[in-house]
Design a protein around this ligand. Structure first.
Ligand SMILES: Nc1nc2c(ncn2[C@@H]2O[C@H](COP(=O)(O)OP(=O)(O)O)[C@@H](O)[C@H]2O)c(=O)[nH]1
Ligand SMILES: [Mg+2]
Length: 259
């Protein structure tokens, strides 16, 4: 199995995972890097990229709903567990492919991917060079308390998975530039975030300040990258930070110069 790393795109439904996989893959193609897309979302109707490996060949959300007489939520849980059953099938396919990066699109519900034991087994065994691209919702992240909820999710991911995490603020075209700057500053400097927090009365005030202290300990390990798949923004920043983790340096300029 020859690849630089396998990247899981994880985040809430609608955060832009599938679109980011497609946009980053296209960007990589332009730069002559080889990004191979893998779809692990059995609930996807259509995906905006050509998947080299697609879990829907094995099962779809609709099939599981029918087979087990479940609604979509119950079926999502069964699907999350079935993923682990297909570990060998997927690994077999990965082993036949040589590329720079596998771009792995994951199911809509973050919590299913983060908290089910099956996906932990899956992530720990699929590749020994994995990372997680953690998509933060832009509309939630632009308020201090909303951003804290996103940091909590990031902290939970840190606790669950011992792999590099790259937090990404998606759809930044939906925010004012000033709002994007604010969020990025909060990510770097949690004291600034604390000062921006509204001084809430009672329970939520206590909760937020205690939470911030925990988050200061579990702080994000890398800069928050702002991307917009719509505008094609931030792909170079995202690539650079991944590349410097896995290939020991940003080879972007060197690579572009080779032609
Ligand atoms: N404005 C804007 N919309 C986006 C962007 N990326 C994705 N979207 C839209 O957000 C919706 C959900 O995107 P999708 O990639 O399917 O999210 P997923 O559920 O996380 O896979 C779609 O309607 C996309 O067109 C972006 O960068 N900017
Ligand atoms: Mg999707």
């Amino acid at each position: 199995m020859e690849h630089t790393a396998l990247l899981y795109f994880v985040g809430p439904a609608g955060a832009g995972k599938s679109t980011l996989v497609a946009t980053l893959q296209e960007w990589m193609q332009h730069q002559r890097y080889d990004g191979v897309a893998v779809n692990l979302d059995p609930g996807a109707e259509v995906v905006p990229y050509q998947a080299a490996i697609d879990v829907r060949e094995k099962f779809t959300l609709k099939e599981i709903m029918n087979e087990y007489s479940l609604g979509p939520n119950g079926a999502q849980v069964v699907c999350a567990d079935l993923l682990a059953v297909e570990l060998d099938w997927i690994r077999g396919h990965l082993e036949e492919i040589n590329c720079d990066y596998f771009l792995v699109d994951t199911p809509g519900q973050t919590e299913l991917f983060l908290y089910r034991e099956a996906s932990k087994v899956f992530v720990e065994n699929l590749s020994d060079r994995s990372a997680m691209i953690l998509l933060l919702d832009p509309l939630l992240s632009r308020t201090p308390d909303g951003f804290v909820t996103q940091l909590l999710l990031a902290s939970a991911a840190h606790l669950r998975f011992q792999i590099p995490m790259f937090p990404v603020l998606t759809k930044c075209d939906l925010l004012e530039p000033k709002e994007v700057d604010n969020v990025r500053e909060w990510a770097i400097d949690l004291d600034k975030l604390a000062m921006s927090m509204p001084h809430l009365e009672g329970m939520s005030g206590v909760l937020s300040s205690e939470l911030l202290r925990v988050l200061q300990v579990l702080a994000l390990e890398s800069n928050l990258i702002a991307v917009s798949s719509k505008e094609g923004e931030g792909m170079d920043d995202l690539y650079s930070i991944i590349q410097s983790t896995f290939a020991g340096g940003d080879d972007l300029e060197a690579h572009v110069d080779t032609d």
